[in-house]
Design a protein around this ligand. Structure first.
Ligand code: AMP
Length: 315
């Protein structure tokens, strides 16, 4: 794996591949790589001839200087992990390389960015995200760009900007990778104290509770949100937002009549975490032999279902 620091070097490295018609995959990250990021890199490796991983802690998308300052940075370890997972090129530009003096352009997706994260973090956050993603797409010109469903709103917003700006790239959303106890992996998890780490389980617990209620047939949005909120209480965690929304428009949904996104954000001490689950009313209902798997948040069989007696035995 080659590590490149400038736009010029990256373009030069990719030029022969592009000429040869090779497919290029891009995995944008802010580093402090964990299994969630690595799953994206592996997916890119499986689907593309060349895999570019970008590592850039983008100051423009941080609301608070303190959050930016304490964001974990471990470039050497990240390089080793990216290489092991199949990256060909690691692009780690400096802030000046990305935002040189005189930089004056922003990309903004309207509407979608007002909700959920936008509502709590303000318009500047998503403007920072959409500007850097557009820049990375223009710099790398990948065939496929990989994003995690963990940041569900980001996926929706990026899909919108790619369509609206006619960018010739396919956006792939990859499933959320979780710790064995259900906590969604995040670079910020490393900043939690032991006590905060236990309280952070409030987020997957909320999603789990709503999923269990949905699987039992509950269709009322309020009832599902109540179940989720209640599940957070024992952890002493208040959601910053907890919302059932349309997975494409992010408009609030009053009922689970079709696929819906349940999104949650909460502040655990100094650290802000987000998580989400897709709820599906057509998913098989749970019966008494099933429960929800903490890791995948999917129904699993916990005991052997009782078999019906064979016809002969009845006769
Ligand atoms: P970040 O470094 O936090 O900007 O994340 C880089 C990419 O990795 C984004 O597309 C994230 O959605 C994705 N990602 C982060 N955490 C996870 C996770 N637990 N599972 C899957 N993808 C993730």
């Amino acid at each position: 794996m080659k590590t490149l620091f400038t736009v010029g070097d990256l373009r030069a490295a990719l030029a022969p591949d592009r000429r040869d018609g090779l497919t290029i995959g891009l995995v944008p990250t802010m580093g402090a790589l964990h299994e969630g990021h690595l799953s994206l890199i592996r997916r890119a490796r499986a689907q593309c001839d060349r895999v570019v991983v970008s590592l850039f802690v983008n100051p423009a998308q941080f609301n608070e200087r303190s959050d930016l300052d304490r964001y974990p940075r471990q470039a050497r370890r990240d390089a080793a992990l990216a290489a092991e997972s199949g990256a060909d090129l690691l692009f780690t530009p400096t802030v000046e390389e990305i935002y040189p003096p005189g930089f004056a352009t922003a990309v903004e997706v309207l509407g979608l960015t007002d909700r959920l994260e936008g509502e709590t973090r303000g318009a500047a956050h998503f403007r920072g995200v959409t500007t850097i993603v557009t820049k990375l797409l223009c710099i790398v010109l990948p065939d496929i760009a990989y994003f995690g469903q963990k940041d569900a709103q980001q996926v929706v917003v990026v899909r919108r900007l790619v369509v609206d700006l006619n960018l010739p790239v396919r956006v792939e959303a990859c499933p959320t990778v979780r710790e064995p106890d259900g906590l969604a992996m995040s670079s910020r998890n490393a900043l939690l104290s032991a006590e905060e780490r236990s309280r952070a389980l409030a987020l997957p617990a909320a999603l789990n509770a709503a999923r269990v209620r949905a699987a039992a047939g509950e269709r009322s949005g309020d009832a599902l949100l109540d179940a989720a909120r209640e599940a957070m209480l024992p952890f002493g965690v208040e959601p910053e937002y907890l919302a059932l929304v349309d997975p494409d428009t992010l408009e609030p949904l009053g009922a689970l009549a079709r696929e819906a996104l349940l999104a949650v954000a909460a502040q655990i001490g100094e650290i802000r975490l987000i998580d989400n689950a897709v709820l599906n009313p057509t998913a098989a209902r749970l019966d008494e032999t099933q429960s929800i798997d903490d890791e995948t948040l999917q129904p699993t069989v916990t005991s052997t279902p009782r078999q019906p007696l064979p016809r002969k035995a009845i006769a």
